[in-house]
Design a binder for this molecule. Sequence first.
Ligand code: ADP
Ligand code: ZN
Length: 433
Amino acid sequence: MYFQKNIETMKRSELNALQLTKLKKMVSYCYNNVPFYHEKLTEANVFDGSKIKDLSDLQYIPFTTKDDIRENYPFNMMARPMKDIVRVHASSGTTGKPTVGVYTKEDLDIWSDCVARVATAGGATADDIIQISFGYGLFTGALGLHYGLEKLGATVIPASSGNTKKQLMMFRDFGVTGLVATPSYALYLSEAVKDAGFPLSDYRLRLGILGSEPCTPEMREEIEKNLNITVSDNYGMTELGGPGVSGDCPVRKGMHFAEDHFLPEIINKDCQVQPEGTVGELVVTTLSRQGMPVLRYRTKDITRLDYSPCECGRTHVRMSKTLGRTDDMLIIKGVNVFPSQIESVLIGTPHIGPHYQLIVRRKNFRDSLEVKVELIDGSLLVNFSGLEALQRDIHDKLKSVLGLETKVTLVEPKSLERFQGKAKRVLDLRNES
Ligand code: ADP
Ligand code: ZN
């Protein structure tokens, strides 16, 4: 077991005192070691943080944005000389130029602690044999989970992504009990398991430790059903060191934040700090990172924080599943749409599978959204009235949830793209015409 009880169930007053001590140290560390922060903190009159007396004084510290990090690409945000750095990672580059993260030995140690914690909360133990089907490389996900799972004593199989046949062979031959992957890849693999024709009882899979992209509860259920596993979600990003920032506990009503290492806030679009429970953009200050610390980093992820006690006994705040990134939000005819809202509607509708694609177009200054969905059974394609009724049903459900007219297109089974990493389900053609 890797349950760090003394930390994970700390009284809030003690936790806040710890955070305050670490915050003061961190501000002074950034001021003294990172020219970018020296300048920013001087401009904001915060200087070395000696004026910080309370956690609420965090509000005087300027935000750090993804652009700030990109402008300082690759190593200008570093707080240590290169000789102290033992590892470099970079983001997947989902929304543009990748951002770089660097780690000291101590950073790697704390990181694997955080991941071990998240994996334990998700149900992993030293008895598990866990296949890591994240792509290995600069991406933080694979090596992050790799070291975290080794730390808790699980047997790690560094499968990487791709070569589906081999993935299934390892599942069966090695008696794999846990899968680490993106939800999209887990979905893909679950389909492959079905197609391979062996009964689920041939597999020993019981756990899915999934993360690195949004996953609606509906998608989670689909994956759980297909693979006969229990899925836990975990969250993180390169700018904060990678996975291990927060993760599901068995209660699965929000992911517990590693609050001894990360200090979260929620802001609205005017950058005002929001009261507990409000949905907004997550902002995080690292309290422990040495190689590349960040102060008030705007994650662009939309979520909310819940400080109420959790049945599992952990006291660290829970963040809800993200609605997506601010960059993912589509504005169509003035209506804000998150792909995750559409996913929730589609999954669970009879006759259609969990695969979809969203296509946004602009014609004569008017936007339109086409939702392509796969049928489970291709024979419905020749049943015109059945097809029409299904299309209307999906259209009406989407209309009531989104308040938007959509064009629903039903396509043949297995005709849409599958993903081995993070899914790209939105095709926005508006700037191309
Ligand atoms: P990139 O931003 O290029 O995808 P990263 O690999 O660092 O690079 O990914 C971090 C981002 O992935 C987060 O900011 C968030 O948007 C998304 N993400 C990671 N884990 C989760 C999760 N469990 N749920 C939802 N989104 C997640
Ligand atoms: Zn809990």
